[in-house]
Design a protein around this ligand. Structure first.
Ligand SMILES: [Zn+2]
Ligand SMILES: [Zn+2]
Length: 97
């Protein structure tokens, strides 16, 4: 087993030198960051979700221990992580509603 299928483009990605838990960048998917997972001896790739900072538009990775309602900091400001319509987003903490 040295290849897995990328969930973004459906192409096979080489696992050479990569272990479970490592990050992989698919050569075909410039905006996709993937992590290699292993379950019951099967390897597969999951997309690492990203959110963009409302202030600077920088993409921030949503690590696995973050949940909606958690706070991320960028540009010296705190943002609330939200999850709506299948995607994460950041909202200014001070903004209500
Ligand atoms: Zn891909
Ligand atoms: Zn920012």
């Amino acid at each position: 087993m040295d290849k897995v299928v990328c969930p973004g483009c459906g192409e096979e990605v080489s696992l050479r030198g990569v272990k479970a838990g490592d990050r992989i960048d698919c050569p075909n998917c410039a905006n996709l960051t993937l992590r290699l997972k292993e379950e019951n001896g099967r390897y597969f790739l999951v997309e690492i979700p990203q959110v963009s900072c409302p202030t600077c538009d920088r993409l921030i990775e949503v690590s696995e221990d973050l949940r909606p309602g958690d706070v991320l900091t960028c540009c010296g400001e705190d943002f609330l992580l939200t999850y709506e319509f299948g995607a994460y987003a950041l909202r200014e903490k001070s903004a209500k509603g």
